[in-house]
Design a binder for this molecule. Sequence first.
Ligand code: SF4
Ligand code: SF4
Length: 171
Amino acid sequence: MEEAEKNIQRQIERASHLLSRFGAACLRVPELGALLEKLRRLIERTDSLMVDSGVVEACSRCARVTGSCCFREMGQSYTDVQLLINGLLGCSFPQVAQYPGGCFFAGEKGCTLKARHAFCLNYFCPDLMNTPGTETVLEIQLQVGEQLLAGWELEFALGRFLTSHSIPAHL
Ligand code: SF4
Ligand code: SF4
């Protein structure tokens, strides 16, 4: 197994440890609970826009036929806290990479993460731009912006929470 893949597995182990050690305590903090629910709602809204506009279908077809643009370095760029957020949102992390050379988090049914990076949400290749049309792409990007802002708010609040428990947080 490659070193890069082992690094992600170690990262997942750290996030899973944080989740089991502090997950329930985080949810009892009103500010964190409210920020998590806000993020969950915004993700649901983004996801349904992506489905309704045909983006999900187009990207799934692309992944089946030519391989998606989910490249390996994207999977390596998630921090402990970002993975912890995904764990709090109920994601199950893969044990091994499904697609050699691709992102560790790419699964057979698409991305296994819910709170994704800006690049994952904002990238529309030229072919994909033609699927929903410019106006819908703009609508999706505005929605994505709101989701990302809510994600950052939660990341910083979680970072403060972990630091107050003497856990060095990697934001
Ligand atoms: S953005 Fe384009 S290249 Fe990436 S998965 Fe979607 S259709 Fe494929
Ligand atoms: S959308 Fe998911 S699978 Fe694709 S690059 Fe982003 S994190 Fe990886």
